[in-house]
Structure formats: structure tokens, C-alpha cells
Design a protein around this ligand. Structure first.
Ligand code: AMP
Length: 418
């Protein structure tokens, strides 16, 4: 788990502001759900055989003996909230996004944290393939506006309740009956019994070579799923969104139907997933009587930042212009103390040292360390003239400004500097 502060956090904030803007451009409104949910929210919907539910949930029993979980992913919480507030009853498709911390008890490694931030978008009440294309195009826009260039979008269809079980049988028969069965990693040998599709997206080299020879799910889709899959591709081409088909994308979560997609970056090393998502038409049934379709994605903020850093695309944050006040003597101190709050109230970032014993040289040193844009110096002479010395730190240019004019003068300069 990480602490975030200083310049690093400024860079997060730059990205956060782009996220909010782009989501809003696409007509998505924000939703914030609580960090703690009842355990059933995840165990029922995410799937009992997934890594998240099996071993990664932070579970607590509260004083009333209720078992609660720190949210490990966003979609299940979102669906719980939709059903609770009847958001699916509102007219037409609904678009929501979230940007929230998630918690998973994972083995820590680069790009894998136990508290990490995800941003995600969910589009409910629209079963059309164009909605899937919209989500993928939204992620493409988000990544590009943030400044990510080296990412790949990979698309697959995992079918529906009709065709997926049939494919699963074909796959299990292939994997069990084939001499390559012995090449599977121990985990995949277990998966073969419980979640055979997950063998396809195992990162282990020998499992990957087995996956490459396995029957492909797009060849086993029923005709409605097949038509849906091809329309998603047609729409993405029409929108000019680059993507590739990859039949090994199955996603870890049980609730996906039809489209499943992933976004990866070669700049990330072993943990190369930036995000992923898919259609989850069957999920609502886990939350109550209402049945409604949905499609969405989630992406990892830390991974996005790692990828930006690797590409040196995440340039140093642009600092707000700021003012440092330097008094010479007690009268000037009192005058500048008051002025510093006038400036703050006028919306100008202003700082002053309250150490009355600090000499001008040390004050200016501190102003320099703070990267201040201007210093305002006042001593007895200036008070007599009712003027202050305003110095632009970068150029060393000094101007004498009437005390009553300082806020106006600096506001005008500020506007030019930003
Ligand atoms: P998932 O819900 O597992 O598909 O995760 C979606 C995205 O969240 C992944 O592609 C990663 O970018 C990010 N992510 C998942 N788990 C972690 C983690 N433990 N630490 C950091 N980022 C993560």
C-alpha cells in the first residue's frame, strides 16, 4: 500500500482531471460506493473460483458479527448500488464511472499493490454491440488524452450461457486428451477442473503454447454471439479504434458474456495489463429480480502511471505561480502577515515564514526552495513610501509597487503566467 504526496500526487491529479473530463465528454456521471460491502456482493457475483474471491479479499467481521469485505473491484459494488437505488429503472441506457481504491491481498510485486486505484466505466441497459464499441473507444480516448501511446487493445468474445458451456467441453476434451496436458502448470491442472477457460490466459510460457494450439472460442460461438462479436469489430473499425482479435482473452471474472477485452502496455514488464472489461449481461440476476444488460471496463491508475513514467510521457507537473512574502522588521512583518491573507483570499497562492528572527537572506533562500514565482519585500523604507519591492525570481526583475496595488498587480501577472 502506498502513501501519495508531493510531486507524485500532482501528477496523479493531472491525470484525474483528464479522467473526469473525458468521462463527462462521453456522458458518464460519477458514482462513489462505500469501501466496505457485504461479502455476498462479491462472492455471489465475481465467482467462487476466481482468485479474488478465493484468496484475495480483505474480510472483516464487525462487532455485530457481520462479515464485510474491502471492495476488491468496482463492478459488483456498482451493480449492488444500481439495484438498491433502482437506477436501471431510469429511462434509456445509463452511464456511470468510478475512480476508487480497491483492495486485494496479493503477493506484492512491481505493478501489484494491495491497495490500488481503479477507474472504470459502466454502461447498463443497452445490449447492442455498439455499446461494447463505445466502452472500448472511451478507454482508447482516455489513454490517449492521458498521454499513453504504447498500448494494445485486444478483443475476444466469451460467448453466452448457451454456447460457452459447449465450448468449455470442447476445450476440456482437447486439454485432457492431448499429450500437451502434462505441460500445463500445476495451477492450470486445477483450473482444468474448475475454470478451464482460464487456462487460456495463463501467463506461464508452457501454458501459453498449449493455449495457442487450443480450439478458439470465436469458432464455437452461437450465431447471435457471433453476429454481436462481428458488429463490435465493425463499429470499432468505423470509429478508427485500433484493436486486435485475441482468442486467449477470457478475463478472470465469471460474470462476462460476449465481449471481453484487455488493454496492455509493453512498457510494463510482467504485469502488463493496464485494464480490461467486457459485457456482463447475466450479472444483474445475481443482485435481484431485475435483468438488465451491461458492459464496462476497469483500469489500474498505478499501471497507467508506470507506463507513462516508462515512456517519460508524464512530465513534471506545472506548478501554480506562487508568492513568498519577505518582511524586514516587526512593522513590515505585521503588514505582510495581513497582506498574505488578503492575497490568499484573492486566490493567489501565498506563503510567509512566521519566524520573526529569520533574516532576509534566509527568507529568500526558502522562497527559492519553494520555487516561488515572486517575492514581495517590505522594510521600513518601503512602509514610509507605502510601496513594496516585487521581485520576479526567475528573471530577477524588480518593480516598486504601491501597497494598495499589490493584489491587482500580482493577479494580472498571475493570469499571464498561467
Ligand atoms: P481486474 O479487475 O483484475 O481486471 O483489474 C483491472 C486493472 O486493474 C488491471 O488491468 C490492472 O491495471 C489493475 N490492477 C489489478 N490488480 C492490481 C493490483 N493488485 N495492483 C495494481 N493494479 C492492479
Amino acid at each position: 500500500m502506498e502513501d501519495l504526496f508531493g510531486d507524485a500526487l500532482l501528477r496523479w491529479q493531472r491525470i484525474e482531471s483528464i479522467l473526469h473530463t473525458v468521462f463527462s465528454d462521453y456522458g458518464f456521471s460519477e458514482i462513489r460506493t462505500p469501501a466496505l460491502e457485504k461479502i455476498e456482493v462479491f462472492s455471489r457475483s465475481v465467482g467462487d473460483t476466481t482468485d479474488i474471491v478465493e484468496k484475495q479479499m480483505y474480510t472483516i467481521t464487525d462487532v455485530s458479527k457481520e462479515v464485510l469485505v474491502l471492495r476488491p473491484e468496482g463492478t459488483a459494488s456498482f451493480m449492488r448500488a444500481v439495484v438498491e437505488h433502482q437506477l436501471h429503472q431510469l429511462a434509456g441506457p445509463q452511464r456511470y464511472y468510478y475512480y476508487l481504491p480497491m483492495f486485494r491481498h496479493e503477493r506484492p510485486q512491481k505493478g501489484r499493490l494491495r491497495q490500488f486505484y481503479q477507474f472504470g466505466g459502466e454502461l447498463i441497459q443497452d445490449p447492442s454491440p455498439e455499446a461494447d464499441a463505445e466502452i472500448i473507444c472511451l478507454v482508447d480516448s482516455l489513454f490517449r488524452k492521458i498521454g499513453l501511446k504504447d498500448f494494445r487493445t485486444r478483443l475476444n468474445s466469451v460467448g453466452c450461457v448457451d454456447c460457452r458451456p459447449k465450448y468449455r467441453e470442447v476445450l476440456v476434451q482437447f486439454l485432457k486428451g492431448h499429450p500437451i496436458h502434462d505441460n500445463l502448470c500445476d495451477q492450470c491442472k486445477l483450473r482444468l477442473e474448475r475454470a478451464p477457460l482460464r487456462v487460456l490466459d495463463c501467463k506461464n510460457e508452457s501454458c501459453r503454447s498449449v493455449a495457442a494450439q487450443a480450439p478458439r472460442i470465436p469458432d464455437h460461438l452461437c450465431s447471435p454471439c457471433s453476429a454481436h462479436h462481428s458488429q463490435v469489430q465493425t463499429s470499432l473499425k468505423a470509429l478508427g479504434v485500433p484493436f486486435e482479435n485475441d482468442s486467449t482473452i477470457v478475463r478472470g471474472l465469471d460474470y462476462y458474456t460476449r465481449s471481453a477485452f484487455e488493454f496492455t502496455s509493453s512498457l510494463l514488464g510482467a504485469q502488463d495489463a493496464l485494464g480490461g472489461g467486457g459485457r456482463y449481461d447475466g450479472l444483474s440476476a445475481q443482485f435481484g429480480k431485475a435483468h438488465f444488460p451491461g458492459v464496462g471496463f476497469a483500469a489500474g491508475m498505478e499501471r497507467v502511471i508506470l507506463a507513462l513514467d516508462a515512456a517519460t510521457g508524464n512530465e513534471a507537473p506545472i506548478r501554480r505561480p506562487s508568492i513568498f512574502l519577505a518582511p524586514l522588521g516587526p512593522r513590515a512583518f505585521d503588514l505582510l502577515f495581513k497582506l498574505s491573507f488578503d492575497l490568499k483570499r484573492a486566490g493567489l497562492q501565498t506563503e510567509m515564514s512566521y519566524d520573526r528572527a529569520k533574516g532576509l537572506k534566509n527568507i529568500l533562500k526558502l522562497a527559492d526552495k519553494r520555487d516561488s514565482t515572486w517575492t514581495v519585500v517590505i522594510g521600513d523604507d518601503e512602509i514610509a513610501k507605502q510601496k513594496a519591492l516585487v521581485k520576479e525570481m526567475k528573471t530577477g526583475t524588480q518593480s516598486e509597487i504601491a501597497l494598495s496595488e499589490i493584489a491587482t498587480f500580482l493577479t494580472a501577472r498571475m493570469a499571464r503566467a498561467t
